[in-house]
Design a protein around this ligand. Structure first.
Ligand SMILES: [Zn+2]
Length: 299
């Protein structure tokens, strides 16, 4: 008989703003491997809220790449058409608006009319004290953050961790100039709505985690304080630069067009980690990555 899962649900959450690359594959493999280790269901959540950046070809690429690599998911859309019909984030905008309303009612946000160029020097804006009209078209909403906060979160292997609130997400935008909710709102709302309790993401999103934990506190969304996080190292090119979709780094689809097999792609990721093995299955790559990154499977 199967024992109770340690975590109920995790998610694979790609943004269809470019073709997937090896760094995305590593994140998916870690998510799938940890889900199978801890008995969690895997939700495929495609972050398609920002329609200005989403392209249908990128959406299709997500399904093609996961299928080609044999990486499983248990819940969520089965294809691009199913995403459009019943899983798109555009269908959850009412929930996101509700979260923004709550943040506003609790006095956690302020309106801002700063242009991008005015803030280009890295300064914080001074709109918090101006009492600008929240509903004025073209105004963004920013969080009224406090640098002196300590933020707690649960780390998969280290347990409870308290961190300083990071400057990179001070006064983060939660409602964009066009009125759409920002990533942090959609991501937090979805994780709460779907009952996600294990989040695997790159270490580049560590500051976002702390911000979302802070937002959840404001919202009295206690369930989020029980979410456990694993922030994995990122793959980088030989010069140490992080791989990214926007930089056009070798996409899986390009590799496939050049004849790469699943084994070739997994082997490339293993080689980036300094391992000379040729895994043919994502589970074998997970074992290699776990060992290389010091992830203990029975933790
Ligand atoms: Zn401002």
């Amino acid at each position: 008989m199967r024992s109770d899962p340690t975590y109920q649900r995790t998610r694979i959450a790609p943004t269809p703003s470019g073709y997937l690359h090896a760094g995305n594959v590593l994140s998916f493999v870690l998510t799938a491997g940890l889900a199978r280790t801890f008995g969690s269901s895997i939700l495929l959540r495609i972050d398609d809220l920002d329609i200005g950046r989403v392209r249908q070809a990128y959406v299709v690429d997500i399904f093609d790449t996961l299928s080609f690599l044999g990486i499983p998911w248990d819940e969520g859309p089965v294809d691009a058409d199913d995403l459009r019909r019943q899983w798109s984030q555009r269908q959850r905008v009412d929930e996101y608006a509700e979260m923004l309303r709550t943040l506003q009612e609790r006095g956690c946000v302020f309106a801002c009319d700063c242009t991008r160029s005015r803030l280009s020097g890295g300064d914080f804006c001074a709109c918090a004290g101006r009492s600008l009209d929240m509903m004025e078209p073209g105004h963004t909403w920013r969080l009224l953050t406090n640098t002196h906060n300590r933020i707690d979160h649960l780390d998969l292997y280290r347990g409870p961790v308290a961190s300083d609130f990071p400057s990179s997400v001070q006064q983060a935008v939660v409602r964009k100039r066009d009125g759409d909710p920002a990533y942090h709102v959609a991501s937090l709302s979805d994780d709460l709505q779907f009952g996600v309790d294990l989040i695997v993401r790159g270490v580049d999103l560590f500051d976002s985690t702390l911000l979302q934990c802070r937002m959840a506190e404001w919202m009295s969304a206690d369930a989020f304080s029980r979410v456990t996080f694993f922030h994995h190292p990122l793959l980088s090119d030989p010069s140490g630069r992080k791989l990214s979709k926007s930089a056009g780094d070798g996409s899986v689809s390009d590799l496939r067009k050049n004849g790469a097999s699943r084994r070739d792609i997994f082997q490339g990721i293993a080689a980036t980690l300094g391992v000379k093995e040729s895994p043919d299955h994502w589970k074998d790559l997970f074992d290699i990555v776990s060992e290389t990154m010091g992830i203990t499977r029975d933790a």
